[in-house]
Design a protein around this ligand. Sequence first.
Ligand code: HEM
Ligand code: HEM
Length: 224
Amino acid sequence: METSALFDFIRGPLAWISFIVFFLGLIFQFYRFFNLTKKNPHVIYNPRPRKKITGGSVQDFIKRASLSVFGVNPVMVIVTTVFHLCLIIAPVFLLAHNMLLKNAIGISLFSFSESFVDTLTVIFLFCGLFFLLRRILVARVRAITDWNDYFILFLATAPFITGYLAYHQTFADHYRLVISLHILAGELMLMAVPFTKFVHMVFFFVFRFVIESEYSLGKGDRTW
Ligand code: HEM
Ligand code: HEM
């Protein structure tokens, strides 16, 4: 295949395919989840009644927070929150993406300034570096890390590394190559979401709302 034909394929059909795989894949995972779980016919034991979780004074709140994961590992909670906020906000509210969206389907979302999204990109990459170093340097994390964890981290950061290089025209003579790699990296990440660890994007919420005793935020009346 000629280079330009490959370029056109990556920019055109593959972009559509990746969005379709992303959305249909998520729908399929929802369907699978409800197929694998069933309503629990027995009385539901809720270890933490909601009244206690939500009520209380400021001191109670601080006490509860200190017993939660925030109290145990606050740096990790902060880094992971910033990482995920940047992961969603940067690509969704990026001017270049929204212009492409407008061309493709005629509608676009609000866009932040390019310099602001560029800053979010850098912050995101530092958070990714933090996760990488943590996996390499902290013995108890290294012990439960395998190549898949590094691969997932690479898949999540590759669109940001290549997006950054494209925006800054770091390899100006090879812009076409860099932007193709960026688009490809973004498409691979999107298609990977429903079928890899990235699927925690939906199950993080679904489990907590509908599975009994999974620290249920909701009624939690389903069981495996
Ligand atoms: C699906 C196909 C995608 C296309 C066609 C696409 C296209 C583009 C284009 C044209 C740019 C601007 C480059 C420039 O200014 O020269 C860009 C930048 C960027 N893209 Fe994408 N992108 C895609 C997917 C993604 C995904 C999935 C992510 C992240 C989850 C992502 C993250 C970024 C970021 C963060 C930048 C800006 C970097 C910066 O300003 O420092 N892109 N993208
Ligand atoms: C919006 C919904 C999402 C939520 C609520 C969420 C939540 C979480 C949580 C709780 C963790 C564990 C953090 C820890 O180790 O303490 C995590 C890790 C991670 N998430 Fe997400 N996530 C979401 C979406 C995504 C998406 C869409 C991606 C990428 C496509 C992603 C990529 C990652 C990566 C790479 C890690 C592991 C970092 C590491 O320890 O190496 N997340 N996420």
